[in-house]
Design a protein around this ligand. Structure first.
Ligand code: SF4
Ligand code: SF4
Length: 142
């Protein structure tokens, strides 16, 4: 299964620039296309498209979400067993392991590059001990 782009696409290229799998092709101002064999179904294209031109793998039109509101992983380091599965699951490479933390010589995952995170939730889905939850960034104090 794969995400798809429909005719209302105006060729702005926002999806193509963001796709971590380089699955989207198309020239400016022309209909873009997703290569189903490369699509990893992270949903980044659907979250960024301003024209609601992206359908998910179930055929539902995706709704754009402001980047500042994309969910990000929150780590429960008490549950984490330092297996690094989340780091391997991340398609953008935005996570890293810390050095030793106190008595734990294995270190723990942390967000290394917040701007690169596309909010896909793959890290949370793959964590074997449910140590990651996805949450919208906390509203900044006025
Ligand atoms: S997948 Fe879960 S347990 Fe493994 S390092 Fe990441 S947060 Fe820790
Ligand atoms: S949600 Fe998790 S897996 Fe997806 S890009 Fe962000 S850190 Fe990586």
């Amino acid at each position: 299964m794969s995400y798809t782009i429909i005719e209302v696409c105006n060729g702005c290229g926002a999806c193509k620039r963001l796709c971590p799998a380089n699955a989207i092709s198309g020239t400016q101002k022309s209909l873009h296309v997703i290569d189903g064999s490369l699509c990893i179904e992270c949903g980044a294209c659907g979250r960024v498209c301003p024209k609601q031109a992206v359908k998910d793998s179930l055929g539902r039109i995706c709704t754009a979400v402001k980047k500042s509101e994309w969910e990000k992983p929150v780590f429960d380091h008490k549950k984490c067993n330092s297996c690094v599965i989340c780091i391997d699951a991340c398609p953008t490479g935005c996570l890293a392991m810390s050095g030793a933390m106190g008595k734990d010589k294995h270190g723990k995952p942390y967000m290394k590059d917040d701007k690169a995170c596309i909010g896909c939730g793959f890290c949370a889905a793959e964590c074997p001990v449910d140590a990651i939850t996805m949450a919208k960034p906390a509203a900044k104090a006025a």
